[in-house]
Every structure is written in C-alpha cells, then in structure tokens.
Design a protein around this ligand. Structure first.
Ligand code: SF4
Ligand code: SF4
Length: 124
C-alpha cells in the first residue's frame, strides 16, 4: 500500500490528478492517501517527481515497534486496573494470540490470491 513521506512531498498535486481511485487529497500542503479509496493501481509511485510516495514494506520496522509498545502499554494497564502482577502475562498471551490470528488470516488470504495469480480461479 502506498504512503506519503511528507518531508519529501512538494505539494505539486500531480498524484491527485493521476490517482485512479480518487484517493489522494492535499492536507496541510502535503499529499494524503485515503486507503479506503486506494485501488492499489501503483500509478502514484510512478508519477511523483520527488519519489515521495513510498511502498509500505518500508514501514514494517515502525509498525513492529508500535505493536510492541502498544502491547507493553496494555500489559501495564492490566496490572494497574486489575491489581495483580500475573495479569501482565495474561495480557501478553492475548496479544500473541491476536497477532497469530492476523498471521493466519494473512496466510490464508495470500494462498487464495496466489491461486488467482496462477490463473486457477477466475476473477468475478
Ligand atoms: S506527486 Fe509527489 S510531490 Fe507531488 S503532491 Fe504528490 S506526493 Fe507530493
Ligand atoms: S495506488 Fe492508485 S489508487 Fe492508490 S493512491 Fe496510488 S494512484 Fe491512487
């Protein structure tokens, strides 16, 4: 999924004109992508003169750190609210289950999409 590296955006608006999904607007003189409307056409990556529209693989380390920070916050909050030290580990186990579930959903989705890529299933 595309995202805008704001410090590199010059506000030219080219991506807004070229966006196939009408997903890009200008917010505080910088391009902003509404992911609900993005159809993943990839045009914005090609037309940006500043290479400000980036691929989301770059944000994986940031997202991992944010997930870990959020988990730690919840562990601490559980201990605070429930008053028992063991609640931290229980909360941690729930978060691990949560991310395991997300992994399973992603793996199953990828497997189905892979079959589309290989022409085994028709797009309807
Ligand atoms: S084309 Fe690039 S530099 Fe121009 S507004 Fe879009 S993201 Fe910013
Ligand atoms: S990938 Fe396509 S639809 Fe999505 S923001 Fe870029 S140009 Fe718009």
């Amino acid at each position: 999924m595309p995202w805008v590296k704001r410090e590199d955006c010059n506000g030219c608006g080219i991506c807004i004109e070229e966006c196939s999904g009408g997903a890009i607007s200008m917010v505080d003189k910088k391009a902003y992508i509404d992911m609900q409307n993005c159809i993943r056409c990839g045009v914005c990556h090609d037309v940006c003169p500043e290479k400000a529209i980036r691929h989301d693989s770059e944000t994986i380390p940031v997202e991992v750190e944010a997930n870990i920070a959020r988990t730690k916050e919840c562990m601490e909050a559980c201990v605070r609210h429930l008053g028992r030290a063991e609640e931290a580990q229980k909360s941690l186990k729930r978060w691990i289950k949560h991310y395991n579930r997300a992994r399973i959903v992603a793996e199953k989705t990828i497997a189905r999409l892979q079959s589309l890529l290989e022409g085994e299933t028709e797009l309807r």
